[in-house]
Each structure stands twice: as C-alpha cells, then as structure tokens.
Design a protein around this ligand. Structure first.
Ligand code: 5AD
Ligand code: SF4
Length: 477
C-alpha cells in the first residue's frame, strides 16, 4: 500500500488554531457495520488521564453497537485497542513494550486486529516508528477519529491492509455517539475538548486540538440521563474547565454550567482540571452555593518559582497563585486541595526548586501528583537548554514527595475517629475483605462492613489515618 493512502498526523498543522466555529454533528452507525463484530471479542487497554478513560468508553460503545463482545483476556480477543498517553516518555515506552508483546498473539492468531489510539497516535514520529517497526499493528486512529473506528475495522477486514487515520485538527463535535460506561455509579462527562493554553512542556494542545465546548443542553441532558440510570457522581471533564463556553461566544460560562448541573440533583459533582488562570469569583460562588458540588479542588501549580512559571507559559506568578489559593481556602472552608508539580524543568535552579518546596509548605496540599519533566518533541520546552542531570532531578522528586506526604498526613489527622460518607467503588484492589470508596473531599477510604453494594453512599468511622488513605468500619447511623 502506498504511504499517501494513510492520513498521517502533522505537528505543524496541530499547532495552528483557526477562528472557525466548531459544528456539532449527530452520529449514526452505518448499517453495513452493525454485524461486523458478530461472535467476535474485543479487549481495550487504557493509559493516561480521564479523557482517555472516557474515550475508551466510546470505543467500547461503538464496538458493542457493531456486535462485538468485550473480554478481559487479551488472548481471547479478535480486536485489541491500546488507548495511549503521550504526556511523558515513560508512558510511551510502556505502550511500545505492550505492542511488542502482542506480536506473539498475532503469530497465534493472524486474524487478530491490533489498534493504536489516543495521544501517541497524534505524534508524527511515533506513527512513523509504529508503521516501520511494529508491523503487527493494523490500525492507528487519532483522538479526533474515534467515530471512524467502525469504518476502519470494516476496511481492514475487507482489504487486509493496514490503516492510519489521524486528523491533526478537529472540525466538529460529535454528539450521540454510543458509549459503554465502565462504572455504573460514577461517570465521566466531557464538557469540553482540547486545550489552548500551550504550556511549553505539554503535548496536549497538539494531541487534543483546540478548545471546543459542548453545548450546555447536551451536557445537562447527559447528566439528567445519568441521574435516571441511578448514577451517584459525575466528573465534568476538560483540560481547563474554567475556559468552558469561551469559544461559544455567549456569556454562559463554567459557573453557569455548575449551577445548572447541580440542579439535576445528581448527588456528587466533581470537575477536572481547573487552571488557576480565570478561576473567577462566580465559580467560587457556584461551588459555595451548591451542596452537591464536592468539597475538593485540583489546582495545578506546576512550579513555585515565578521565573520557571514564566518559561512554562503558565500565565501566573507564584504570588498570583497564592492569592487565588488563599482566597479559595478562605471562601471554601473544609475543602481539600490537590495539585500537579513538575520538577527538573529545563535549567530549574536549586533556588527555583526550593521555591517549589516552600509553595507546598504554604499551600499544605492534601495531595500532589508529582512528575519529573519529560521532554516532548514538538513542544517549545524541548528546545530549552537543560544542564540539570537526571540524578539531581530524581533527588528533587524524592524530597518533594516526602514533603507532600508530610502535609497529606497532617491534613488527614482530623479524620481520626470521625464519621465520613463514602461512595462505594467496590472491593479494595489489595484486599478482598475490604471495600473502598471516596469521601466528598476525595479521600480514599478502605473499610470493612456487611451487605455493602457498589454505588451506595455509606457512613464509615475512621479507625486509622495514613498519608494517602484512611481505614475504617462501616457504621449504621
Ligand atoms: N513532563 C512532565 N510532566 C508533565 N505534565 C504535562 N506534561 C509534562 C511533561 N512534559 C504533567 C503536568 C500536568 C499533568 C497532567 O502532567 O503536571 O498537569
Ligand atoms: Fe497541558 Fe497546560 Fe493545557 Fe494542562 S493547561 S493540558 S498542562 S497545555
């Protein structure tokens, strides 16, 4: 097959932002794909963030609509999809290892169709590498091409040739795409796609395209349906939810959406991720006024040093972050706060790193997701000079993690002997006699009790406090 039959990604096209408005179209599955999956099974591996989890649910929904059945064993599958993450090099290496291991399954079953989806599929160099070195891969489809999955599977089945379909720009929002949700009590709800912030280290604005908000009516309708189906929690998803609605050109913003989603009376509402930029007072009011908005805010700081923040293109200084953080703490008492932090950004000095440690001391976060900077080809920071060695970066991460654990533990002390409300996720992954779930403040609780069902909200008395979880016993009150 000639190379130009493939629709390949281009980082240059992905960089450009058009002013064109984004159309919303309604999905329908072509009849000719409906029985393609009869008597066949699929297996999906998902890496990365919640946006990817939600995309995998869409892929599962499309496959179910085509008659495929899901399996939890890769060796029984006729179609395997790896939904990939490109945020850090480590995640990419893991995927390539997995793809390598799948070669064995393909040898045993030459009809097996292996697909690569997600953010790695949006990277030019990665697609070239897979096409050349990983010949067991049959289909590569991008984050904007999920609804092409039925067509791509049909084509591979009929032509027996490899297919690549990766658009670098998204032209539209597709509604009414089937989705098979992986949980029956908590649901991810996309409110917007893409990111226009262009932090200099981050690949996401290239892999997920420009910011596009869904129509508020589609979002509210989706949450209403979830309420009817018995869901207890929704998490409103976007790379930067505060920017919700800005591209739609009216005054309706994230605060309005929060108020409207709260009216659906879903018991628990969460949202991810808030950029400190344009976290406005109206949003604080909406959070304060609606009891079903959970008392937990994730507010990435990335660095505590203003010069590093400037080179990261974060659009705030250390002082501006503190001003917002202190206001949130004051206005929202009892809320838990978490953050994301990158150490070892190119040429981060010892002093700059110390500023990050002192920022953690200032904010006393309940939790922090900490990362060593990973160079992403095509991003501005990939060209920044970096004289900091890997060992120094690892030592910094270690010191940071110790400090984060100290404050996480300190914050958790107040829960000792208290009764908390837990939305039950199921049996704990580590111990099958123990259930686990989350409090409104997003604290993980492992607890014992009888006759407990997934999706129940139960009361638990905390008997032991750890840094990143709480142990307890269910109580009947
Ligand atoms: N290297 C390390 N961490 C990164 N993140 C994003 N890009 C990179 C990178 N190149 C982190 C940020 C972001 C989180 C989702 O991943 O902290 O908030
Ligand atoms: Fe990446 Fe920054 Fe956008 Fe977050 S806000 S997805 S870190 S570019």
């Amino acid at each position: 097959m000639k190379k130009n039959d493939y629709i390949l990604p281009s980082i240059n096209d992905a960089r450009r932002r058009s002013k064109d408005s984004v159309d919303t179209v309604t999905f329908s599955l072509d009849e000719k794909y409906i029985n393609l999956g009869k008597d066949k099974k699929y297996f999906i591996i998902t890496h990365g963030c919640q946006a990817n989890q939600r995309d995998s649910e869409t892929m599962a929904g499309l496959l179910d609509a085509m008659g495929y059945i899901s399996t939890d064993e890769d060796k029984k599958a006729d179609v395997i999809i790896i939904n990939t993450c490109a945020v850090r090099q480590g995640a990419e290496e893991k995927v390539l290892g997995e793809v390598g291991a799948l070669k064995r399954l393909k040898t045993n079953n030459p009809d097996l169709i292996i697909c690569i989806a997600g953010c790695m599929a949006q990277e030019e160099d990665t697609v070239k590498l897979i096409m050349e070195k990983y010949r067991q891969v049959d289909i590569i489809f991008g984050t904007h091409n999920i609804t092409s999955l039925p067509k791509l599977l049909y084509e591979v089945n009929t032509t027996k040739q490899r297919k690549v379909e990766v658009f670098s720009k998204m032209g539209e929002i597709v509604e009414s795409v089937p989705a098979t949700r992986f949980m029956s009590h908590k649901a991810w709800v996309n409110i917007m796609y893409g990111c226009d912030k262009f932090c200099t280290y981050c690949i996401v604005p290239y892999t997920r395209g420009k910011e596009r908000s869904r129509d508020k009516n589609d979002i509210i309708f989706e949450v209403e349906q979830l309420v009817k189906q018995g869901y207890k929690e929704v998490c409103l998803l976007g790379q930067n939810v505060n920017a919700y609605g800005k591209d739609l050109g009216d005054d309706y913003g994230f605060a309005d959406l929060l108020n409207d989603v709260a009216k659906t009376s879903i018991p628990r509402i969460r949202f991810m991720t808030s950029h400190p930029w344009d976290f406005n007072d109206k949003m604080i009011e909406a959070i304060k006024n609606n009891k079903n908005i959970m008392p937990y805010i994730h507010l990435p700081i990335q660095s505590g040093n203003s010069e590093v923040l400037r080179r990261m293109n974060r659009r705030y200084t250390r002082e501006e972050y503190f001003e917002l953080f202190d206001k949130l703490k004051k206005e929202l008492p009892g809320f838990a706060f978490s953050t994301d932090i990158i150490v070892g950004f190119p040429n981060e000095s010892d002093e700059a790193f110390e500023d990050t440690l002192s920022a953690v001391k200032h904010c006393e976060y309940d939790n922090a997701f900490t990362f060593i900077y990973s160079k992403r080809s095509g991003t501005p920071a990939a060209n920044f000079e970096d004289t900091i060695d890997q060992k120094t970066k690892e030592e910094r991460l270690q010191r940071l993690n110790e400090l984060v654990a100290y404050y996480a533990n300190k914050n958790n002390q107040k829960y000792q002997d208290q009764i908390v409300e837990v939305l039950v996720d199921g049996l704990s992954k580590r111990n099958s006699n123990v259930y686990s779930g989350y409090t409104p403040e997003n604290k993980l609780v492992n607890f014992t009790g009888d006759n407990i069902e997934v999706g129940q909200i139960v009361k638990v008395k905390i008997t032991k406090v750890l840094s990143f979880s709480l142990n307890g016993e269910m109580v009947k009150v």
